[in-house]
Design a binder for this molecule. Sequence first.
Ligand SMILES: Nc1ncnc2c1ncn2[C@@H]1O[C@H](COP(=O)(O)OP(=O)(O)OP(=O)(O)O)[C@@H](O)[C@H]1O
Ligand SMILES: [Mg+2]
Length: 362
Amino acid sequence: MHLTRLRLRSFRNYGRLEAEFGPGFHVLLGGNAQGKTNLLEAIYLLATLRSFRGVGGAQMVRHGDKGYFVGGQVLGQGAHAMRMYWSPSERRLSLDGQPVRKLTDYLGTLRAVVFCTEDLQLVKGPGTRRRRFLDLLLAQTDAGYLPLLQRYTRALRSRNLVLKARLVDEALLESFTRDVVGVGTQLTQLRRELVPRFSPLVRLAYRRIAHGAEELRVEYRPSVKQDFAVELAQARGRERTYRTTLVGPHRDELQLLLDDRPAVQYGSEGQKRTLAIALKTAQAEYVGGRHGTPPVLLIDDVMGELDARRRQGLLPLLERAHQASGQVFMTCTEVNWPEELGSRLQRWEVKAGTIEADRLVR
Ligand SMILES: Nc1ncnc2c1ncn2[C@@H]1O[C@H](COP(=O)(O)OP(=O)(O)OP(=O)(O)O)[C@@H](O)[C@H]1O
Ligand SMILES: [Mg+2]
């Protein structure tokens, strides 16, 4: 799968951009604040409808403009045209010229995995970050997951609203409880099945990048231990005090352990960073394995954070993407990628919201 064309209008510091890309490695080279990360953000947005910077549409509209447009063509199993327009008053999304009715019809057309500095929050940040990571991984590999998650979120919100009322409507609570338990049990089950398949990949990636003596373990700690309905009923007393749903997949945790100790408390900065990259590497490998074709890799500044030895650890992932005619976009302010990639790179110069192919190959 690869992105063959990208078109931007009024997106961040790009007034207008038209670019064509082949499969393989693309290096986006440029000084600070030229538009390297913005370009990756646009590709990721096209793939997932989210910014990896965790911001909403308004911030991505070029200062002074009304709305942004991002369009792309993807070559995977067949060719597809994706288009999105966002303004405060209007949103449009189309696939192959048809308005998108169900998000699940659209998502999956372009699969992408991003490596960026914010990934450190996967290790350091609150559990929400790791749950969102699990959710994305499941959404990218199981077509039924996203609708289930949406149903759970809606049911949970309704249930919490009932709990917040001064006088709790017990019949209404009962009905939302049934929804939350039914859908939540399925979510927990899918996460429970995923983690044992996924965690060996993280462990391997960590070992490859860190060359470390320490052993990494990734463990799923579901909020629901056995029976959601029973555990929720047991929490009912406490719920009266807290006025919110205290048990369920929205409280799950993905524990990251280095030599059996929580990485967040005991890991060094370098270990945490390596762990974040290992999680993303494993995501790319897992998603690629499930679909038989690697996702597009978007690598922002990561090479600069790793020493030469750790950079080498990323090579197998990049090599595999290359062999399978995948596509990699990598941003750099200077030439610092592993020597081995040398001649197979397409270099682009990014400057003040423009990009230009640089035919000079090292
Ligand atoms: N909505 C917007 N409208 C116009 N310009 C914006 C908008 N959002 C961000 N920018 C500007 O876009 C420029 C490029 O940002 P970007 O994050 O892509 O830089 P970069 O090339 O990745 O730099 P660095 O090497 O520092 O990471 C910055 O000057 C930023 O202020
Ligand atoms: Mg940047």
